[in-house]
Design a protein around this ligand. Structure first.
Ligand SMILES: NC(=O)c1ccc[n+]([C@@H]2O[C@H](COP(=O)([O-])OP(=O)(O)OC[C@H]3O[C@@H](n4cnc5c(N)ncnc54)[C@H](O)[C@@H]3O)[C@@H](O)[C@H]2O)c1
Length: 338
């Protein structure tokens, strides 16, 4: 386990809970944090991730660092012959993650990116219904995803180009893009705008708005925001025979709910069925379990490295459409291509 911050701690809890996994080694660039967690978990610890990924008793590496290190650590772990579960967005640019995608393929290793929203029960049920064809031809999708940051948010790695590669689009917006692609396939046309409304983080955006159109004319609308002040997740899919709406993700996002509306007579309101999922968020457990199945069975996982690379390409198209260009302060140029 590399990267022992907020989300890394959640990953550790899933590793401990799963009967098929054992926590061998933890690593964080902050040596005190590495030692603290290693002692607490009674496992090996190191501040040097290369030492961790090259250990003989490690089969799978979970990478949960800030974005600037995700791709290079994932690549290093793959080169050491390990399977990798890497956090979203996987890297600052699509170019940065490509070597890891190619290496996983060439070495026959299983590389997955942690788009855990696919494992939330309401979104899973929505996807199953869609697969059953209950909505008919899809017309549009909509996702509003946001929160309001926290005191000192503008000092965090997420709000720096060099460490995050982008703003709210690469933070929460990519989850929506992953879901859009899961529900509606590839998008061919993009219109977008991005603004820095409140946080002093320019050139990074704290709000991004995008309209995406796929081959069959289905339009996906995204608004991802760091200025909603209250955590908010809304996802809607609408087609010729009805709609599915998902709200909440549990916790501070509110109880996860799904509504399925079936159109019976044109002009009359759809017949709606509602479902609630008040249980604790199990998405990370389900995600890890499916990932282990994929390794054991040699199957391509959902949100594979290649899939997440495409999601980053889509994010870059949104930045280009919004006319946003970033230059890093270090020598690794991550300018977004026009
Ligand atoms: N799927 C989700 O819903 C979700 C939610 C939150 C965060 N995340 C992802 O999880 C990752 C971590 O986010 P976080 O909120 O835990 O951040 P964080 O700042 O709390 O933790 C990051 C940790 O990584 C360590 N680190 C940084 N560079 C390192 C390196 N080179 N080697 C080893 N350790 C290093 C830091 O010292 C820190 O302890 C990000 O990629 C983020 O996008 C995913």
């Amino acid at each position: 386990m590399i990267g022992l911050g907020r989300f890394g701690s959640k990953r550790i809890a899933t590793i401990l809970k799963n009967s098929r996994t054992q926590l061998s080694t933890v690593s964080d660039v902050n040596p005190q944090r590495a030692r603290e967690v290693g002692e607490q978990m009674n496992c090996a610890h190191t501040a040097i991730w290369q030492e961790a990924v090259n250990r003989a008793d490690v089969d799978v590496v979970v990478v949960s660092t800030s974005t600037e290190s995700l791709a290079s650590i994932a690549l290093g772990a793959l080169q050491a012959g390990k399977h990798v579960l890497c956090e979203k967005p996987f890297g600052r640019t699509s170019d940065e993650v490509l070597p890891a995608v190619v290496t996983a393929r060439n070495m026959g290793l299983t590389l997955k990116v942690g788009y855990n929203h696919r494992y939330h029960p309401a979104l899973r049920k929505a996807h199953q219904l869609l697969q059953q064809g209950v909505l008919g031809k899809l017309h549009f999708l909509h996702c509003f995803y946001g929160h309001g940051g926290r005191t000192g948010y503008e000092q965090e790695w997420r709000t720096r180009v060099s460490s995050a590669g982008g703003g709210q689009l690469l933070d929460q917006g990519v989850h929506a893009l992953d879901l859009f692609r899961w529900f509606a396939g590839e998008f061919l046309e993009v219109k977008a705008t991005a603004v820095t409304s409140f946080w002093p983080i320019s050139p990074l955006e704290d709000n991004v708005f995008a309209l995406l159109r796929n081959e069959s004319g289905c339009v996906a609308q995204l608004h991802a925001s760091w200025t909603t002040w209250k955590n908010n997740f809304q996802f809607m899919i609408s087609g010729e025979r009805g709609h599915i709406s998902v709200t909440g993700l549990g916790g501070a996002y509110g109880i996860e709910r799904m509504v399925h509306g079936v159109c019976t007579t044109l002009g009359s309101p759809p017949k709606e069925s509602s479902f609630e999922f008040p249980q604790p968020d199990e998405s990370l457990h389900l995600e890890l379990d499916e990932y282990l199945d994929c390794i054991e069975q040699g199957r391509e996982p959902q949100s594979s490295g290649q899939d997440a690379w495409k999601t980053l390409k889509l994010a870059e198209s949104i930045y280009a459409a919004a006319d946003v260009r970033f230059q890093t302060v270090d020598d690794q140029s991550i300018a977004i291509p026009a």
